[in-house]
Write a protein that binds this ligand. Structure first.
Ligand code: GLV
Ligand code: MG
Length: 326
């Protein structure tokens, strides 16, 4: 183990994160009553420039007036390259009553972007004598953001999570896709020519590197890695396949850009009963092994060791969090 201890961010359930356009207040109540662990009210790309000011007012009202229950509540502010951003932060923090939990910062490019918002938020919290500290969620969705992802992840004590924004990332890197998330038939492997055998073509995951890179930066800084949007909300199987790939790489949640995706994200990002059962049995078996002075033992015909304890503890802790959230 390194001498450097990784401090975990504020613990929150983040299996599903529902995006709700701030310009559409009709959706707010339903979002509050949904099964989403986190709701983010959007002031950025889901809101047209002419609606920005009204959307901000809607969001302030919604934070103050709606019962959001035990949900984590977030607002996606506008980018630092727009003049909307400072007023998003100032008005929302000054005109709401402390219910907001986190601010989502889009298109973060450098650690200095995080520093700038931290400075602004800190001044407002101090001036308003707010005891609750707002957390940050960052969307990694540009080439610049990915190039600086480690510094961004370490840039503020407010940081809680990194999110992979596949749509803007594709635009920024000029990746060959026009859909939001999911695979591309052109990104595949053609098997070698072999006598008497047809060649196979296997689709690959063109987002593998980006998601994995972000996961490493997030986990090395105690943050939650979260996979972003999957645009085709009429394709639940495609959504689940993408969510499962991200979860395999270490993500612990995924956005829902449509209410129908919430249950899918929750399902993919909750351990199954069989997984929880096995994790509990690993902990029991390893406790026994340690009593007997052994570092590794066999369980169900497979080797388990000290690293298995950590994996099992993560699983059991997640199951407890889910149970506590009801
Ligand atoms: C999210 O903001 C994305 O660009 O995918
Ligand atoms: Mg985006």
């Amino acid at each position: 183990m390194s001498f450097t201890i990784i401090e975990p961010a504020t613990a929150r359930l983040n299996r599903s994160e529902l995006a709700v356009p701030g310009s559409n207040p009709k959706l707010f109540e339903k979002a509050a009553q949904s099964q989403a662990d986190v709701v983010f009210l959007d002031l950025e790309d889901a809101v047209a420039p002419d609606d920005k000011v009204q959307a901000r007012k809607n969001v302030i009202e919604a934070i103050n007036d709606i019962d959001w229950g035990a949900k984590t509540l977030s607002v996606r502010i506008n980018g630092l390259d727009t003049h909307y951003m400072y007023r998003d932060v100032v008005d929302i923090l000054e005109q709401t009553s402390g219910r907001l939990d986190v601010i989502m910062i889009p298109k973060v490019g450098t650690a200095a972007d995080v520093y700038a918002v931290d400075m602004l938020v800190t001044q407002i919290e101090d001036a308003m004598k707010l005891s609750k500290r707002i957390g940050f969620e960052h969307i990694i969705e540009t080439a610049l953001g990915m190039a600086n992802v480690d510094e961004i992840a370490a840039a503020s004590k407010r940081n809680e999570s990194l999110h992979f924004g596949v749509a803007d990332y594709a635009a920024s890197t000029k990746a060959r896709t026009t859909v939001i998330g999911g695979p591309n038939a052109l990104y595949g492997v053609l098997t070698d020519m072999e006598e008497g055998r047809e060649r196979d073509y296997h689709w690959g995951d063109m987002w593998h590197y980006a998601v994995s890179r972000m996961v490493v930066a997030a986990r090395a800084n105690g943050l939650r890695p979260i996979d972003g949007p999957f645009g085709d909300f009429s394709d639940p199987d495609g959504f689940k396949a993408q969510a499962n790939r991200a979860a395999c790489l270490g993500c612990e949640g995924k956005w829902a850009i449509h209410p129908s995706q919430i249950a899918l994200a929750n399902e993919v990002n909750s351990p199954s009963e069989a997984e929880i059962d096995r994790a509990q049995r690993i902990l029991v078996a390893m406790a026994q092994a340690q009593k007997e002075g052994k570092g590794a033992v066999a369980l169900d015909g497979r080797l388990i060791d000290i690293a298995s304890i950590k994996q099992a503890e993560v699983m059991v802790k997640k199951a407890e969090q889910i149970l506590a959230a009801g």
